[in-house]
Design a protein around this ligand. Structure first.
Ligand code: ATP
Length: 440
């Protein structure tokens, strides 16, 4: 067999086509001609996305001693975004071509020539374009009713800092975690789900004593690598970029972007930022309410500082798909070598022949048993067994189970054929051995 790693360089087209064909991701509003920057998840995409988000929640919240989850409203008081600086500074530089009127993000193009019409020298000065989607809350549309679809989940965490401290009085350092939708009116959404206008974030605000931010930052760098490893991303494709001061967001004193070698090139996968006391300080200033933390040892209260790892779900999913995609030319198959815990379907069950009632009945029995135990179990009796294997390989199902005549009688009675996705190796296992294998 060819070394899988050398055969594993999918193009963007490979990923987009597989995602659409097999029901992972469709263009948003497709039936009406689409809506730029939006994507819809199909049955397998939902499962993969949820598995990524659950893995994150398990790793960073459930398995930690000092992490608390929150789920804040998407619509928030406009003061949140005034205090945070987003109303004034959450902007990208916009340039317009005087010839074709195409609009682009200045820092993403070569402005000497329009990428749309090809004319030279058609761009003037950039203007700052605010990326927040504005709306009005309630039936009166005036300045007081303005709200925004949140451009990051972080502010919903900061605004609940005091609530959680009052309810739980956690020791420092501790973190608040949130997953949910974020919206940015990107000037040029592109590259499949990589730059969307509606996407999902998983963010942590990790509150520390100001003297200890550096060690917390370093510890988070290590944790981020654990995360990318759990996603099955090869370590050599994950890169740390120390973001220079002039490129950092307005709130950050240190930022490390974690970049990944996507099929579109090396791009940001997630960010890690030291936000100082910028946000809690702003809330305190604008709301007039104290955001100080009172140490239990009676020492002087202070406003904690914050380390923020900010993960994008879509970029994680795109990285997972591109790392897992394998064109196994020797066996003429496309395989998604997803980590088992991320696979949308854990196991597929089928009778060797679908016109033999005794095989079908036994297969149905095993299917029901596994379904009760693992939930994400597929029934597949279409075509021949080889075709079923190919179909399951392409969506990343780690195991296929086939019920044949040996399952029913003879020296192997009670055993099933279990076929492993990556090696195509087959083994005969008893049902309880199969359950143990799937639990691993
Ligand atoms: P970029 O420079 O690529 O625009 P950013 O630095 O503005 O990204 P952050 O504000 O740090 O991004 O957002 C945190 C994370 O949210 C990003 O690392 C990314 O994973 C995700 N993210 C941000 N914008 C988008 C988007 N438009 N579509 C999908 N994911 C996004």
């Amino acid at each position: 067999m060819k070394n899988p790693d050398t055969a594993n360089n999918p193009s963007m087209e490979d990923l987009v086509s597989l995602a659409k064909r097999r029901g992972f991701i469709y263009p948003g509003s497709d039936v009406y001609g689409g809506l730029s920057g939006t994507w819809d998840y199909g049955p397998l995409g939902v499962a993969l996305k949820r598995n990524i988000m659950q893995l994150w929640w398990k790793m960073f919240v459930d398995d930690a001693d000092n992490m608390y989850g929150v789920d804040a409203a998407i619509l928030m008081n406009q003061k949140v975004w005034q205090a945070s600086g987003h109303v004034d500074t959450f902007t990208d530089p916009l340039v317009e071509c005087s010839n074709c009127k195409g609009r682009f993000r200045e820092d993403k193009i070569d402005t000497s020539r329009c990428p749309n019409c090809g004319q030279k020298g058609t761009f003037g000065e950039a203007r700052q374009f605010n990326m927040m989607f504005k709306t009005h809350v309630g039936p009166v549309q005036d300045d007081n009713s303005i709200s925004y679809l949140r451009p990051e989940t972080a502010q919903g965490i900061f605004t609940n800092f005091k609530n959680v401290v009052d309810s739980f009085y956690p020791d420092l350092p501790f973190g608040l975690a949130q997953q949910g939708k974020a919206f940015r009116n990107e000037i040029s959404p592109r590259d499949f789900i990589f730059r969307s206008r509606e996407f999902e974030q998983m963010e942590i605000e990790y509150f520390v004593h100001p003297d200890h931010w550096q060690e917390a930052f370093e510890a988070w760098i290590a944790k981020v690598h654990e995360w990318t490893e759990a996603l099955g991303l090869p370590a050599e494709s994950v890169h740390e970029l120390e973001v220079p001061e002039n490129d950092r967001a307005h709130y950050s004193k240190r930022t490390v972007d974690f970049e990944y070698d996507f099929p579109i090139g090396r791009e940001e996968l997630l960010g890690l930022a030291y936000r100082t006391d910028f946000d809690l300080g702003n809330i305190q200033r604008v709301s007039g309410k104290t955001m100080e933390y009172r140490p239990k040892d009676g020492s002087a209260p202070f406003v904690p500082h914050v380390i923020e790892p900010s993960f994008g779900v879509e970029r994680a999913l795109m990285a997972v798909l591109s790392a897992a995609y394998w064109n196994d030319t020797d066996n003429e198959r496309i395989v998604l070598r997803l980590p088992k815990q991320l696979a949308p379907v854990k196991v597929a069950v089928s009778p060797l022949l679908k016109n033999k009632p005794e095989l079908v009945a036994k297969a149905r029995e095993i299917y029901a048993l596994l379904k009760k135990e693992f939930g994400a179990v597929a029934w597949d009796d279409n075509g021949n067994v080889g075709k079923r294997y190919r179909r399951q390989d392409e969506i990343g199902t780690p195991y296929c189970v086939v019920i044949d005549f040996d399952t029913l009688e003879g020296e192997n009675a009670g055993t099933v054929t279990v076929r492993e996705r990556d090696t195509t190796a087959q083994m005969r296992l008893k049902t309880d051995e199969l359950i143990d294998l799937l639990r691993k």
